[in-house]
Design a protein around this ligand. Structure first.
Ligand code: AMP
Ligand code: TRP
Length: 333
C-alpha cells in the first residue's frame, strides 16, 4: 500500500549518527519504495525555539538539506523544503493550539528536559513546539512518520490532536491520524561517553557523538576513545544487562551493518572491545565518509541547494495551502 511519509529535522547543526540511524537512514529506505510519497522538511521554525545565530541558521538550513541528499534521498522523488517558506505550518499551529488542552502539553517530557530547572525562562515556543510538529504532519494527510524513539510522545500527541479536531468540528476523518514509524531496535543511539545519555547535537563534548561531517580520522579517534566497561563482549543478549556502553556500541555496529544484535554477538562474543572498536571504526568510516564528502561538496553549491528548497516549498505549498484553506472553512473563517 502506498504511504504518505512526512518527517522533519531541525537545522541546529552537528547532525550526528543518532540522527542518521534513528531517522535519516529510514527516510532513504522509504524514499526508495516506489509507491511512497515522501516529504522531508528542514524544520527551521522549530529551530528558533532556542536562540539561533542568524548566519549560522542559514548555513544549517542548507547543510540539513545537503545531508538529506548526500544520504541518498532523491530530491526528484521526494519533496525537500524548509518549513518557514510555507505559511500554512505556522497558521495551522495557531489553530491547533487553540484546541489543545494545556494538560496534554504539560505531559511532554522533552519540554521538561529542554527547559531544564528554570522553566519560567523557557520560551512559550519551546512549550508549544509539539503543536507545530502536529501541524507539520497533519497538513499533508500524512499516514506514516519515521522518527527516532525520542519523538514517540510527540506523535501520540499529534494523534490526539487530530482526533480532537475531527470530533470538535464534527468532520470525521478530515485530519488523518498518522502512524509512527519507529524502529523496534536501535532507535535511540546513545552518547559515546555515557551509555545512559542520548547522543545529542547539544552535548558540549564533541567526543560524545559522530558528526555526519566528521573525517575518517575523527571517526577512528572518537571510537577509540568511546567509553566501555572492563568485561569481555558476551555471546548472549541477556549478559548485556546493565552494560549500556556495550549495548550502544554493539547496537551501532548492528544497525550500520544491517544485521541483528544476535548476529553481532555471534561475531564478537568472547572478544575484547579493542576488536569491536577496530571493526566498528571501519564500518562507520565506510558508511559515513562518502556521505561526509558529499555534504561538503553540496554545501559549496548554494545555488543548487536553494533551488531544491525553492522547488520543494512550491510543491509543499500546494498541498498544505489547500488543507489549511479547508481547515479554516471548517472552523468558520
Ligand atoms: P532533531 O535533530 O532533534 O531534529 O532530530 C531529528 C531526528 O533524529 C528525529 O527523528 C529524532 O528522533 C532523531 N534522533 C535525534 N537524536 C537521536 C538519537 N540519539 N538516536 C536516535 N534518533 C535520534
Ligand atoms: N520535533 C522533531 C525533532 O526534534 C522534528 C520535527 C518537527 C518533526 N516536525 C516534525 C519530526 C514532523 C517528524 C514530523 O526531532
Amino acid at each position: 500500500m502506498s504511504k504518505k511519509i512526512f518527517s522533519g529535522v531541525q537545522p541546529t547543526g552537528n547532525l550526528h549518527l543518532g540522527n542518521f540511524l534513528g531517522a535519516i537512514k529510514n527516510f532513504v529506505d522509504l524514499n526508495k519504495e516506489k509507491e511512497n510519497e515522501c516529504i522531508f522538511c528542514v524544520v527551521d521554525l522549530h529551530a528558533i525555539t532556542i536562540k539561533q545565530d542568524k548566519g549560522q541558521l542559514q548555513n544549517n538550513i542548507r547543510e540539513t538539506a545537503a545531508t538529506f541528499i548526500a544520504s541518498g534521498i532523491d530530491p526528484n522523488k521526494s519533496i525537500i523544503f524548509n518549513q518557514s517558506k510555507v505559511q500554512a505550518h505556522a497558521e495551522g499551529s495557531w489553530i491547533l493550539s487553540c484546541m489543545s488542552p494545556m494538560g496534554w502539553l504539560n505531559r511532554m517530557t522533552q519540554f521538561k528536559e529542554k527547559a531544564g530547572k528554570d522553566k519560567e525562562k523557557a520560551s512559550v515556543g519551546l512549550y508549544i513546539y509539539p503543536i507545530l510538529m502536529a501541524s507539520d504532519i497533519l497538513l499533508y494527510d500524512t499516514t506514516h512518520v519515521p522518527v527516532g524513539e525520542d519523538q514517540k510522545q510527540h506523535l501520540e500527541l499529534t494523534r490526539d490532536i487530530a482526533q480532537k479536531f475531527n470530533k470538535d468540528f464534527n468532520c470525521e476523518d478530515f485530519l488523518k491520524v498518522p502512524e509512527p514509524l519507529i524502529k523496534k531496535k536501535f532507535s535511540r543511539i546513545m552518547s559515546l561517553k555515557d551509555g545512559l545519555k542520548k547522543m545529542s547535537k547539544s552535548d558540549p563534548s564533541d567526543l560524545s557523538r559522530i558528526n555526519l561531517t566528521d573525517t575518517k580520522d575523527d571517526i577512528i579517534n572518537k571510537i577509540k576513545k568511546a567509553k566501555t566497561d572492563s568485561f569481555a563482549i558476551p555471546s548472549e543478549e541477556h549478559d548485556l544487562i546493565d552494560r549500556p556502553e556495550a549495548v550502544n556500541l554493539l547496537g551501532i555496529y548492528s544497525s550500520i551493518s544491517n544485521q541483528t544484535l544476535v548476529k553481532t554477538l555471534e561475531e564478537f562474543g568472547g572478544k575484547n572491545f579493542s576488536d569491536l572498536k577496530k571493526d566498528l571504526a571501519e564500518v562507520l568510516t565506510n558508511k559515513i565518509s562518502p556521505i561526509s564528502d558529499e555534504i561538503k561538496k553540496l554545501i559549496n553549491d548554494k545555488g543548487y541547494l536553494d533551488n531544491i528548497l525553492k522547488q520543494g516549498a512550491s510543491k509543499a505549498e500546494e498541498i498544505a495551502g489547500k488543507k489549511i484553506r479547508e481547515m479554516k472553512k471548517i472552523i468558520g473563517f
